[in-house]
Design a protein around this ligand. Sequence first.
Ligand code: PMP
Length: 395
Amino acid sequence: MSAEPAAVPSGDDPFEWIDEAREKRRRAGLVRTLTPRPADSPLLDLASNDYLGLARHPEVTRAAAAAAHRWGAGATGSRLVTGTTELHAGLEAELAEYCGFEAALVLSSGYAANLAAVTALTGRGSLVVSDAGNHASLIDGCRLSRARTAVVPHSDPEAVRKTLDAARAEPDHEGRAVVVSDSVFSVDGDAAPLAAYATACRAHGAALLVDDAHGLGVLGAGGRGALWDAGLAGDRDVVATMTLSKSLGSQGGAVLGPAKVIEHLVNTARTFIFDTGLAPAAAGGALAALQLLRREPERAGRARAVARTLHRRLTAAGLAAALPDAAVVSVRAPSPEQAVQWAADCRAAGLAVGCFRPPSVPDGISRLRLTARGDLTEQQMDEAVGAILSTAPTA
Ligand code: PMP
């Protein structure tokens, strides 16, 4: 007779530990909640990632709706089965051509694109050198890859070089190494030293993988991205990942690089193979946004100019804001509680801003995060600066 499993006393809550975790968060002032955004919100939006104001551009929304009508609300299957439409192929061709790469592959999110790129290009026995400020999706890619990951200090090419040097000297080193970095860091909006990273990579035969989520649409001629800006787009040792959900105002992600790298991803990247293809509406919207950017390349420069203006006006008034390299303006708050209160006060004054606090910011410094949208008018900039200054904590 087999032994009966131990009975769980009825009434025991298997999720009791969650109550304790929640209480700990509450005491630390770190509880997060979801607030539905009304479609006709009267708030001035400096909280989203809609850098160019294209998410509601009529050409983009019309293209998204037309794509859903023509192809269906969903992609209906994996990209390798039924989920590749002409729209997906057209978007990949346009992305690669515009950003200066040989080939591109579209996935259902930027997160999935980063997991795909890191895991497909590395593995047991290889080395990933990862900037300490990298986005969670790159970090998770490193964890999934089973590669040895060396986290190096933020934006420190010398540390990258030394790590690659040290790896070469190790007896069991199999020779494959990838240096992984965001192009523009999402919290402080600072740009990575990509040219110096590329030099370090080339001295060691390592590949450079750059997440250009915050560079596409903002940096480089016509918003072609940080790698274009650094003169690295299309190089045979460089791979870029992107999101379609920020400057392109849609949803989805992409990996861009040499054709053989993209072909390798099609055959091996699990977040590509085992995921339903990007919804046709998202592909159609992103393609329309890209075509708009090609026609109106000045949109990228405007986002950068708005960022510099916001920074100048806020620092002139005594606030501590990091000099923006792209379209993210980060303003320091004295404490997590004051950051949350400041963002709430801005909201009451008609302005939506982002709020970063631990654990999203491992350095423990809480910030307001402003999106310098390229379509802001002078009057909207006045309103935004006015709301931030009038609600600033005094401590
Ligand atoms: N990389 C970076 C740097 C990001 O900021 C984000 C989005 N927060 C992503 C990747 C993920 O992109 P997506 O939202 O398309 O999944």
